[in-house]
Design a protein around this ligand. Structure first.
Ligand code: ADP
Ligand code: MG
Ligand code: ZN
Length: 494
């Protein structure tokens, strides 16, 4: 190993995240405008409050606060009895008031944690705080980038959409851990029903990264001084798990290289350029004092003393996974697939409650999820058809249709044609053949294949299989191979 390489290896990467998630509420956080703005014309979901018109007063959306408290409960955070809102002052055209209403020294959640699994190892990531705030509007530069555009358009449809900013401790030691954390965070938020990962722009990440000398790390822990001393960069504009992993791998290498060459890492804000796959310097890092925080006088203090006890949250993914293994005797892999989203887990329990849990696991985890995945679909795309899929399992459980036909024909056509199981079965003639028809086919197979019959009597193993195949063909695959086998023997041995 070269001297340089040793030095490189000796640097530890430290990462802390500020994750913005959109809370799923019907209306914005301080006004009654709808948050369902997806394909609507710009500036059609606005009012004096979210446009920041003088004299307009904010009214806090209770649903957003409930969501925030549920998040607090899920990450085991303290939810203080009284919290408050602050104004964060800065000027930008997407922020018509000239300040953002956010929380400062009294966030709604403090000191939480989230457990993640990275390469088979469980790690706890500290969550310093999580607070409520409003989203600004969105800006579109026409005909170029911010410095070359002919003009810029502003859309205030997003302005005032409720966000939660979740700030972690600098507990990550690599980009892969960040990715695992983001996946886990989304999973928990979706279980709580407060977040939709499919919604455009619902997750935005700012990531802080520094490198510290390896000797500063003692059994995974880094001293506060070392963290304080390390110059860190804040990488903005990350909007996906994969983007986070790429941006942070790039940034870690960039900083290590700088240190290796004896250069100081500048404390600054950098921009993740997704298309070029690099981070670029934006500005020296702004400081808290630049924002002139002060109390939002138009909103009274927020008292939520007993909300954490009162609000119910569903069983969370880790606990549910464990219970599935114990209660239904599932493998770790099956339990993990079947708890991947709350809808999948709920559907599994619905089916397993009525039929055999193993049969239910095969049908939900392997067949349904497998076929959905193959079509780039998720269970949410068939949410209103779950009753039909349950009936298909019932038809298999009751022996009304063979497993093979159910899997290879009925399920696939249900997904491709949008038909219910009965329609597909009728159309394809897949109902199990009645006894008379099977007996007829057995008789015909014997009659038409005297050579095979002779071979059977001569003790040739393959002959019986051949005859079974003939019967299956005549019944269009609708007979049960086991009973065909039995029937044939009976006849041939008569
Ligand atoms: P600021 O006020 O500058 O935004 P904070 O103390 O609020 O700084 O921390 C912001 C984020 O930076 C947190 O997610 C925290 O975990 C992270 N952070 C703090 N120190 C470091 C460090 N040395 N390296 C990487 N991230 C850090
Ligand atoms: Mg900050
Ligand atoms: Zn409004």
């Amino acid at each position: 190993m070269t001297a340089q390489a040793v030095q490189q290896e000796d640097l530890a990467v430290v990462i802390g995240l500020e994750v913005h998630v959109q809370l799923e509420t019907d209306t914005k956080i301080f006004c009654g405008c709808s948050t369902d703005v997806a394909d609507d014309e710009p500036n059609t979901h606005t009012c004096p409050v979210c446009l920041g018109l003088p004299g307009a007063l904010p009214v806090l959306n209770e649903a957003a606060v409930e969501s925030a408290v549920k998040v607090g409960k899920a990450i085991d955070a303290d939810v203080p009895a009284e919290t408050a809102f602050h104004r964060k002052n800065y000027f930008y055209p997407d922020l018509p008031k000239g300040f953002q209403i956010t929380q400062y020294d009294a966030p709604i959640c403090q000191d939480g944690e989230l457990e993640v699994e990275v390469e088979g190892e469980r790690r706890t990531v500290g969550i310093r705080r999580a607070h409520l705030e409003e989203d600004p509007g969105s800006i579109q530069h026409e005909g170029g980038s911010i410095d070359t555009a002919d003009y810029t358009l502003v859309d205030y449809n997003r302005a005032g959409v409720p966000l939660m900013e979740i700030v972690t401790e600098p507990d990550f030691r690599g980009a892969a851990e960040v990715r695992a954390f983001l996946a886990k965070l989304e999973e928990v938020l979706e279980y709580l029903g407060v977040f939709d990962s499919q919604r455009d722009g619902s997750l935005r990440i700012d990531a802080n990264l520094s490198v510290v000398p390896g000797e500063e790390i003692d059994d995974g822990a880094i001293s506060d001084e070392a963290l304080e001393d390390a110059n860190r960069t804040e990488v903005k504009n990350i909007s996906s798990h994969k983007g986070a992993e790429k941006a942070l791998s790039y940034e870690a290498t960039r900083q290590k290289n700088a240190v290796k060459r004896g250069r100081e890492v500048a404390q600054e804000t950098r921009h993740w350029d997704e298309s070029r796959g690099i981070t670029v310097s934006m500005r020296s890092k702004e400081e808290e004092k630049d924002y002139r925080y002060f109390r939002e006088a138009d909103l009274p203090p927020l008292r939520v003393s007993d909300w954490k006890e009162q609000l119910e949250i569903p069983e969370l993914p880790d606990a549910r996974r464990e219970r599935f293994r114990e209660e239904y005797g599932l493998s770790a892999e099956a339990a993990s697939k079947l708890t991947s989203t709350k809808q999948v887990a709920d559907f599994y329990e619905d089916v397993a409650g009525e039929y055999d849990p193993d049969l239910a696991a095969t049908w939900v985890a392997d067949n349904l999820l497998g076929e959905l995945n193959y079509r780039d679909m998720a269970i949410t795309d068939v949410a209103d058809r779950l009753g039909e899929f349950k009936r298909l399992v019932e038809l298999v459980a009751d022996g009304e249709i063979t497993t093979k036909n159910a899997e290879e024909v009925v399920l696939r056509e249900m997904l491709d044609e949008g038909d219910d199981p009965e329609t597909v079965i009728d159309r394809e003639g897949l109902g199990k053949a009645d006894e008379g028809a099977v007996e007829g086919a057995v008789a015909a197979a014997i009659e038409e294949n005297p050579d095979a019959v002779e071979d059977y009597h001569a003790g040739e193993d393959g002959a019986l299989n051949f005859l079974v195949g003939q019967v299956m063909q005549k019944t269009g695959g609708s007979a049960d191979p086991g009973s065909v086998n039995g029937l044939l023997r009976e006849r041939l041995d008569e």
